[in-house]
Ligand binder design. Structure first.
Ligand SMILES: NC(=O)c1ccc[n+]([C@@H]2O[C@H](COP(=O)([O-])OP(=O)(O)OC[C@H]3O[C@@H](n4cnc5c(N)ncnc54)[C@H](O)[C@@H]3O)[C@@H](O)[C@H]2O)c1
Length: 341
């Protein structure tokens, strides 16, 4: 709980913005004062649901006239840089939906601008606020899985097909941010290939293989063209294996006490034993990840603390996404990832 509610404005009330507005409206630490959208019809919908929130189509009016502490940005990805730059230039704390920007130069410029202005910059890497990911992070850090050898993530569905960014930029910020968060290691190289089956030049299906200096590997498969709705992450450790299935309502994490044990060779080809143990499903107390994320932003605005998904985390993810594009454009040759931060 912050001492006095943070005066917030919300920009972008399309598909995702209403979820941010719903949370801002109900959290006592936020005073949602004004909303801005380029579309009058979207603002009409907002006014019907939240008559006490002022509306404007003009971002400059929002920034100048409502004495805001902070602004949340849920406009389409190509506009993030321009909108967030103006928010930061006006001296407001800024939350930007993922991906932070569409180039690492723009992301680095936002990070520099927020640092110079002394304002909070946070990116909406929603999954790093998920209670199950918190649980997995603690489990990995405790060493229970052993060394994490490799990881793979799938984020698949039929739609929502976008034109302004490819499926990797749209979906994989969640997986990349979670994998960097869980492994705590910088990736060094990516090999990726994708298909633009639905809209020429916009990859709707991408397979990316990310390598880390330690030899770990992360495979990320995203698609808007798949028969199944899948949100799954698998971690294979040297002691145990873990599956996080976010499509399950309650039993989201499965731990497999399975592995391979080197043994004395008894006969040719018998120098490893397979170990099969229990499967456990821990109880995870769930809250809406978006409510946790928005509350974290409000807390950071009030305290000045650095968010878990700060601008630098956003920049790191954008650098990985760029490397995936470079690899895909060069026909799947490896692209180096040189994280600047
Ligand atoms: N965290 C998540 O799980 C999640 C899920 C979906 C979308 N998103 C992100 O949310 C953002 C918005 O996605 P969406 O699907 O809602 O897009 P959308 O196109 O449905 O909505 C964008 C809205 O922003 C408005 N807008 C665009 N440019 C503007 C500007 N310069 N000034 C004022 N209004 C402007 C549009 O009129 C529209 O109403 C994207 O960054 C997307 O990646 C996040």
């Amino acid at each position: 709980m912050t001492s006095k509610p943070v005066r917030v404005g919300a920009v972008g009330y399309g598909y995702w913005g209403p979820n941010l507005v719903r949370n801002l409206d109900k959290l006592p630490d936020a005073d949602l004062v004004v909303a801005c959208d380029a579309s009058d019809s979207n603002l009409t919908k907002l006014s019907a649901a939240y008559p006490h929130v002022a509306t404007t189509t003009d971002l400059d009016v929002m920034l100048a006239e409502y004495d805001l502490d902070a602004v949340v940005v849920a406009t389409s990805a190509p506009s993030h840089f321009a909108v967030a730059s103006r928010v930061i230039a006006a001296g407001k704390h800024c939350f930007v939906e993922k991906p932070l920007t569409l180039t690492s130069d723009d992301a680095a410029a936002l990070v520099g601008a927020a640092e110079a202005a002394g304002t909070v910059l946070m990116v909406g890497h929603l999954m790093v606020y998920h209670s199950a990911i918190d649980w997995i992070k603690e489990y990995v850090d405790s060493g229970e899985l052993g060394d994490v050898l490799y990881v793979y993530a799938q984020r698949l569905n039929l739609g929502k097909v976008r034109a302004e960014e490819n499926a990797f930029w749209s979906l994989a910020p969640h997986d990349v941010s979670v994998i960097l968060h869980l492994l705590g290691e910088d990736p060094v190289e990516v090999t990726a290939s994708g298909g633009d089956y639905l809209r020429e030049g916009v990859h709707d299906t991408v397979f990316a293989n990310v390598r880390f200096a330690s030899g770990r590997m992360a495979h990320i498969h995203v698609s808007w063209l798949d028969p199944h709705k899948v949100r799954r992450l698998t971690l294979v450790g040297s002691k145990k294996m873990l599956v996080f299935d976010d499509m399950q309502a309650t039993e989201k994490i499965w731990i497999y006490d399975k592995g391979v044990v080197p043994t004395q060779a008894l006969a040719y080809g018998q120098d490893i034993d397979l170990r099969f143990g229990d499967i456990t499903v821990p109880f995870i107390k769930m809250s809406e990840p978006l409510a946790i994320e928005v509350q974290h932003f409000l807390d950071c605005c009030a305290s000045g603390d650095t968010p878990r998904s700060d601008g630098r985390a956003g920049l790191r993810v954008v650098q990985v996404l760029e490397a995936v594009d470079v690899s895909m454009e060069s026909g799947g040759t490896p692209a180096r990832i040189d994280l600047e931060v």
